[in-house]
Design a protein around this ligand. Structure first.
Ligand code: NSS
Length: 430
């Protein structure tokens, strides 16, 4: 079987190829018409004349509508003026399905209209670019872990207990019981790390966020590596290496898409390891110096993350947060127990937190105490506590929010464009 795609026509100069796609645009001028054909891999201009084409094909000019599906056979010709450097001299145009009047036109549409038509909006140049970059980010994450001998362990979506607090749990019926949609695969990844050493899970996670912000989805994808015998330092090294790899892969493979998005590529090229590392207390000082009214002990809000992130051209690792504002499973610093061995990575250009991670509490009794103090029911976590009963070791991990990363790398104003079909507090369709 031989298939041709627009992104590969450059390998077929002066050959006759068949391209299958949709009408992106149509321009007529008397004896010649131009069909902008898209096939998901790119867009190419097809030149249709009576001289090169049969009559039936030529006459389609009076019939075709935007987004009609068509198959075009023709000669690939290099042309510097053409988008992508090539055009197709059509020999034959076949209509597959005539599209009704397409709701998305050249005029400016409001964001709610576009979101209501997300299933069609995905056909635009801009959305193509975002989806292709998202694909490359996912692929690079998987390759990164694969090259370092991590084992992929899929964790359950139905869970009996909370990982990141009860405030954002989605509850669902589970036969005669109830279950929650996963907020994080971490606790299971910890079990897997003690079984397999270095593991990661990568899947959808769910949070009943009460806030409508440009950084929050109710369903988002998270990649969570978990490593036995890793301390916080090693955890931060890995997070930094992974981000550097992702950015390099996107720069290498998706330059054209970044240009389509009018992304300031120099900002991505300026990223360098080692990333700045900042103790929470120093981050508080920095914020106070910049005039923010934030006392030691408070968690950062989005504006604070923006300020810290904007002060550097590479992502910033803020570590050692006060234990009281962090999750129950985080280990405390032995020297200064008011701090947790926690880390957040804040992206540059105001994009805020993209990674949250920590070294985990590995002592059974300390963990039990902390759970009691949080009002958690240890009986729901017996299997998790077993990990501290049978061969407990220092271990660490982190979670990277995929859509926040896509939004940052693509330079999107809002996270909703970073996922094919976003779910937010106010959106469950399409
Ligand atoms: O809550 S996190 O900070 N951390 C965890 O869930 C840990 N259990 C991960 C781990 O150590 N294995 O979430 C991690 C990241 C966070 O930095 C964001 O990038 C992203 O997940 N995140 C979100 N993205 C989009 N929408 C929402 N609502 C959201 N919440 C977190």
């Amino acid at each position: 079987m031989h298939e041709y795609f627009i992104q590969n026509v450059r390998f077929h100069e002066d050959e006759v190829v068949t391209l299958k796609g949709w009408v992106y645009n149509l321009r007529k001028s008397g004896k010649i018409w131009f069909l902008l054909l898209r096939d998901g891999t790119g867009i190419i201009q097809c030149v249709v004349t009576k001289h090169d084409c049969d009559e039936a094909s030529f006459d389609l000019k009076d019939v075709l509508t935007q987004e009609s599906s068509v198959i075009v056979t023709g000669l690939v010709r290099a042309d510097d003026r053409a988008e992508g450097g090539y055009e197709l001299i059509a020999h034959k145009v076949e209509l597959v399905s005539l599209a009704q009047e397409y709701p998305i036109t050249k005029k400016e549409h409001g964001i709610e209209f576009l979101m209501d038509h997300r299933h069609l909006w995905l056909r635009s140049r801009r959305q193509h670019a975002i989806m292709r970059i998202r694909h490359t980010i996912i692929k690079s994450i998987r390759t990164f872990f694969d090259q370092r001998d991590f084992i992929l362990v899929d964790t359950p979506i139905f869970q009996k207990m909370a990982t990141e607090g009860t405030a954002t749990l989605f509850e669902t019926e589970y036969y005669d019981d109830k279950a929650y949609l996963t907020q994080s695969g971490q606790l299971y990844a910890e079990a897997a790390a003690l079984a397999l050493g270095k593991v990661y899970c990568f899947g959808p996670t769910f949070r009943a966020e009460k806030s409508k912000t440009r950084r929050h989805l109710t369903e988002f994808w998270m990649v969570e590596p978990e490593m036995a015998y890793y301390d916080l330092e090693m955890d931060m090294d890995l997070a930094e290496e992974m981000i550097m790899y992702i950015v390099a892969e996107v720069l290498l493979n998706r330059r054209q898409e970044l240009e389509t998005l009018e992304r300031d590529i120099s900002k991505l090229e300026a990223i360098r390891t080692p990333f700045p590392r900042m103790h929470y207390a120093d981050a508080i000082k920095l914020l106070q110096e910049k005039g923010e009214d934030i006392p030691w002990g408070d968690d950062f809000g989005a504006p604070h993350e923006t300020i810290i992130g904007e002060s550097h051209s590479s992502p910033v690792l803020v570590h050692h947060y006060p234990a009281d504002i962090k999750a129950f499973y985080m280990k405390r610093d032995a020297e200064e127990p008011k701090y947790a061995l926690a880390v957040d990575m804040l992206a540059p250009e105001g994009y805020g937190e993209i990674i949250g991670g920590s070294q985990r509490e590995d002592d059974l009794n300390v963990l039990l105490e902390r759970m009691k103090a949080e009002g958690m029911a240890p009986e729901n976590y017996q299997w998790y506590l077993d990990l501290r009963r049978y061969g407990s070791v220092p271990h660490s991990g982190f979670g990277l929010g995929l859509e926040r990363t896509v939004a940052w790398i693509c330079g999107l104003k809002h996270i909703r464009e970073a996922i094919p079909f976003p779910r937010t507090m106010t959106r469950l369709t399409p």
